[in-house]
Each structure stands twice: as C-alpha cells, then as structure tokens.
Design a protein around this ligand. Structure first.
Ligand code: NAD
Length: 340
C-alpha cells in the first residue's frame, strides 16, 4: 500500500504529475491538496482505471492534514513559477513562505513520509524544509530530496539528440550534480553512459553544458509569460517518485541524482566533502535509494578539468542559496512559534 500526496496538485506541474502518479500501479492512494480546484482534478482522475483511490482537499476543514494523513511520499510543486524578467530572489520571496507552511503540515501530520521538493528555488527550499523539520524535531536527512531529475532528463535528451538517435534518450544516463539552478547545475558528461562523439568540439561542449544549465529558460521564453516547464517537470517528478517507491518496496541498486543533506550518509557525505574541498550542508550527487530513503551518497569520482571548473563555479552560489533558506526560517521563527 502506497499513499502519494501532491501539494500544489491543481497547478501546471501538479495536474500532470498527479495524472502520472495515478497511472503508477504501485500507488494505491493519491491525496491532492491545493488552495484551488483539487475536488475537480480528483474527480477527473478518479475515473481512470488504475488502483489508486483519489481524494482532493482544499484548505478549509483541515484539508492539508486530511490530505497528508498516512502519506508515504509527499511531492511539493506548490508555489509560483518563474515568469520572464523575474529573478530567483523574487521567486524565493513568494515560494519560501508557501514551502515553510506546507513543511510544518508534513512535520505534524506525516513526519515519516519521503518528501520530494520541486518548488523553486530548490537549492533554498530544501534547506527550508530541513530547518522546519528540525524545529519540530522530526528531521531525517535520509527522507528529504530536492528533485533535480529534470536536469538529468534534459541531459539525457540533449545527448541523445547529439548522437542522432532520440530513441536512445531513455537509456542515456548522465549524472548531473551540484544544485538546481543555472551555474550550480553541473552535468558530468565524461561519465555519460553514452559518450559524446569522438572529437566533440570544445565550443559544442560549452553550448551543451549551457543548454543543460539553462534549459528552463528555453521553456520560459517559448511559453512567453505563461509559466515555466510543467509537462517535462511532471514527467521528471513522477520518474523520481517511482524510483523512491520501488526502492521502498525493496528493489535494490536504484541510483539517481538528488539534492540531499550530506548528513544522509555520513561516510559518503564525508567523501563528497573531501572531493569538494569544502563543507556544504546540501549537494546534489548520485544517491543510492533503499527502504529508508538514502542509503548511500555516491561521491563524484573521476571528473575532467572542465567539470572541476564548473564545480568550482557552482560552490559559492550554492553556499549562498543554502544560507538564504536557513536564514529565512531562523528569521520566521524568531517572531512566531513553529506551528501548523
Ligand atoms: N524542480 C524543478 O525542476 C522545477 C521545474 C519547473 C518548475 N518548478 C517549480 O515548481 C513550482 C510550481 O510550478 P507550476 O508551473 O506548477 O506553477 P503553477 O502556478 O501552475 O502551480 C502552482 C500551484 O501551487 C498552488 N499553490 C500556491 N500556494 C499554495 C499553498 N499554500 N498550498 C498549496 N498549493 C499552493 C497554486 O494554487 C497552483 O495550483 C514553481 O515553484 C516552479 O518554479 C520546479
């Protein structure tokens, strides 16, 4: 029995993500929460002939608590997407408070759930969830994940395009490490399961790295003000959620990049910290998943000089982003008691 819950389920990501979770035969219950429209989304999905029982909730009458009751896995795409001209700081100001309140709901109602954060900026919203959980005394670093899968999905697709065969994209595996915005996104193309063509030019490499780092901008621009990536993000979120569910059900050897606390695996975290040459509370690296969440943080391993340069550029930005999240919660709880 697996209960999955989507917070922000009526949105551009939330609806197709809920659809894909409803299509996953391992999900037996699906709870949908949003500030609008969830009864309609739930009624619609409930007609699909798959096992999951679907229920939609709105804030009145303890809707958040009811949605979260008994949750095994909670995915959070609630918040505002980036519009052209909007900075990550603008986005942070709106989404930080939303994620804080939803995290308080999870901490009090489903503290053992696996929590998958999609709401941007992920580099800061994941520390926000961690800090809220610490305030409530329920933080388990093995169970909190920043969803960076869209970067991985984009890298696989773009490499398959370069290899001239899109049918390969499902099998191309490129570890993408660091964080989940701009220069903090570091694709380790030298470790791709399908190497780039021999003699791949330096400027083509730079273009590819840039496209993986700023693929989100391509979508924001193409949608001209109507939002950011939703369908590809829903696909990526559902893929990552499916991996967690399979691991929790006992499947071994599932590895995927995710933005996690380095405390999730002391030995792996220490090895990663040594490679990075500095301590960071959160970093996206390949992680091995098991019944309790993260079982291993897999260090970067052998990387090229070009990749090392990208990591070096990512670190100061990541440090700043993590601090922003931590400071937001410290300031919020200096004037209010942590409560739902
Ligand atoms: N991690 C990633 O790779 C990635 C990719 C794309 C977008 N995103 C982020 O995902 C988030 C959602 O994007 P979207 O395009 O679906 O936006 P959207 O505006 O279409 O949907 C967001 C939904 O959140 C709901 N919401 C707002 N406040 C809420 C609250 N307090 N509780 C519950 N629900 C609430 C809204 O009602 C809306 O239905 C944004 O922060 C966006 O930046 C992340």
């Amino acid at each position: 029995m697996v209960k999955a819950v989507v917070l922000g389920a009526a949105g551009g990501i939330g609806q197709p993500l809920a659809l894909l979770l409803k299509a996953n035969p391992l999900v037996t219950e699906l709870g949908l929460f949003d500030i609008v429209n969830t009864p309609g989304v739930a009624a619609d999905l409930s007609h699909i002939s798959t096992p999951a029982k679907v229920e939609g909730f709105l804030p009145p009458d303890d809707g958040l608590k009811k949605a979260l009751a008994g949750a095994d896995i909670v995915v959070i795409p609630a918040g505002v997407p980036r519009k052209p001209g909007m900075t990550r700081d603008d986005l942070f100001k709106i989404n930080a408070g939303i994620v804080k309140d939803l995290a308080a709901g999870i901490a009090t109602t489903a503290p053992k759930a696996f929590v998958l954060v999609i709401s941007n900026p992920v580099n800061s919203t994941v520390p926000i969830v961690a800090e809220v959980f610490k305030k409530f005394g329920v933080f388990d670093p093995k169970r909190l994940f920043g969803v960076t899968t869209l970067d991985v999905v984009r890298a696989s697709t773009f490499v398959a395009e370069i290899l001239g065969d899109l049918s390969l994209s499902k099998d191309v595996v490129v570890p993408v490490v660091g964080g989940h915005s701009g220069v903090t996104i570091v694709p380790l193309l030298s470790q791709s399961s399908h190497p780039l063509p021999a003699g791949f030019a330096k400027d083509s490499y730079d273009t590819l790295v840039n496209r993986i780092q700023f693929g989100g901008d391509e979508v924001v621009k193409a949608k001209s003000g109507a939002g950011s990536a939703t369908l590809s993000m829903a696909y990526a979120g559902a893929e990552f959620a499916a991996k967690i569910i399979r691991a929790v059900k006992g499947e071994k050897g599932i590895v995927a990049p995710s933005y996690v606390s380095v405390e999730a695996d002391a030995a792996g975290g220490a090895a990663l910290t040594k490679e990075l040459g500095q301590e960071l509370a959160f970093f996206s690296s390949n992680v091995e998943l098991g019944t309790d969440g993260v079982t291993k943080i897999i260090p970067l391993g052998k990387i090229t000089e070009a990749e090392q340069t990208l990591i070096t550029a990512a670190l100061p930005e990541l440090v700043k982003n993590i601090e922003t999240g931590v400071n937001f919660i410290a300031a919020a709880y200096s004037t209010e008691e942590p409560r739902l």
